[in-house]
Design a protein around this ligand. Structure first.
Ligand SMILES: [Zn+2]
Length: 61
């Protein structure tokens, strides 16, 4: 199976992917989407259950 970014689904053929180890699984994310994981992880909650808890627990307006 071709590895692809969990957010934008670019494959390792198109862009370097970073490994994520999460809940005993393995996921991949590209450098373009990494800031989303860090700062806007709640946007990834569809793909990463619990992602809303990754970042700081700040409230958004
Ligand atoms: Zn991506």
């Amino acid at each position: 199976m071709t590895k692809s970014c969990l957010n934008c689904e670019k494959t390792e053929e198109e862009i370097p992917l970073l490994d994520l180890h999460y809940q005993s699984g393995k996921l991949f994310i590209c450098p373009q989407c990494l800031p989303i994981l860090i700062h806007k992880s709640e946007k990834l909650v569809d793909k990463l259950p619990g992602a809303e808890n990754f970042g700081d627990a700040e409230h958004h307006h």
